[in-house]
Design a protein around this ligand. Structure first.
Ligand code: DQA
Length: 151
């Protein structure tokens, strides 16, 4: 049931390429939690916020685009996306977000702006409500709060 003050009910979280390696990949940059552990924290936050959250991960650009395109049909109200390295390369993912007019939030575990220069530019950020980065896995929880309060 839709509560009166809460419009956002269903959120899709997409973890992009290489995020399946969390916990073993560059631990100093991305932390020691596995993706399963991060997803568990996300589900606890979802319960607290009384929303439904579905988490998916893919290493494939086309799969990510298909999920974004289908998100309206699947009745998602918001998209939270960590596009991984596609952040810095994928006009196609950007076009998918624009194409379905779903409100999206970009999230990164690391602060991409204080890393290598090629990570400073995001093709995705300009078509998102906002970007959260640099807070590790806690960023996903902040993104969920932002999804709920965003109009
Ligand atoms: C990342 C940052 C990207 O630059 C990188 O390619 C990733 C992870 C992050 O969460 O910090 O794969 O999106």
């Amino acid at each position: 049931m839709k509560s009166q003050n809460q419009k956002v009910q269903k959120v899709l979280i997409i973890h992009g390429p290489n995020l399946n390696l969390l916990g073993t990949r560059e631990i100093d940059v991305y932390g020691s939690e596995s993706l399963d552990q991060v997803n568990q924290k996300i589900q606890e936050k979802a319960k607290e916020l009384k929303i439904e959250v579905i988490c998916r991960q893919s290493n494939h650009e086309g799969q990510i685009i298909d999920w974004i395109q289908n998100s309206k049909n699947e009745s998602f109200d918001r998209l939270i996306i960590n596009p991984g390295a596609y952040t810095h390369t994928s006009i196609a993912i950007r076009d998918a977000i624009t194409g379905i007019q779903i409100k999206a939030i970009e999230i990164h575990l690391s602060n991409i702006h204080k890393r290598e220069e090629f990570r400073h530019h995001s093709y995705i950020a300009p078509v998102c409500i906002g970007q959260i980065c640099g807070f590790g896995s806690h960023g996903y929880l902040l993104a969920l709060e932002a999804a709920v309060i965003s109009q």
